[in-house]
Design a protein around this ligand. Sequence first.
Ligand code: 45D
Length: 153
Amino acid sequence: DPNQALNVFKGLDIDAQLALLWFVYEQMGERITPAAPGSASPEIATGLYNQVKEVDQQEQLEIMRAIARCDASNQIGREYGSLSANTKLAFWYYLAQGMDSGEIIPMPENYELDNQGQDLLAALETMGFEEQITFLRDAALGMGAEPASGSNI
Ligand code: 45D
């Protein structure tokens, strides 16, 4: 179930988390569409995406790693942290599309998930679309630094 999957996800190292999201994106493919209008803020996600697009590839990767590990010293990670769950997910979706179009650093050609990651991917593949979205939304929600006024005091 999505909750158990999330626990496994959080146990992966940061690079494996990014790689797993990428493989999920590839596997969901064209079924991902902006579902309910208004449930995300596409302008905000696009604005943040554009900031990532501007920097060189290595820095793009460092930004994504910083978000994934909730690094509060990263400006984009802090902005990300203040977004709603759906907008966070839309942002990851734009990043993945950017990887497809060549605007964002691609996956290394021969990257392979470790066993734990492969098992998780296989488990996610058995889930329905709604459950996958639940997993992704929770995964995206758990990333990024809390805003200064948040509950992480
Ligand atoms: O060199 O608009 C490694 C809703 C190794 C509704 C690497 C929705 C080292 C509103 C770290 C692997 C929310 C339902 C390199 C939309 C190394 C709405 C790089 C749906 C280079 C759209 C790895 C949204 C990298 C959905 C760069 C369902 C990995 C969105 C990057 C789903 C991975 C989005 C990325 C998904 C993965 C996005 C960017 C699954 C993104 C996945």
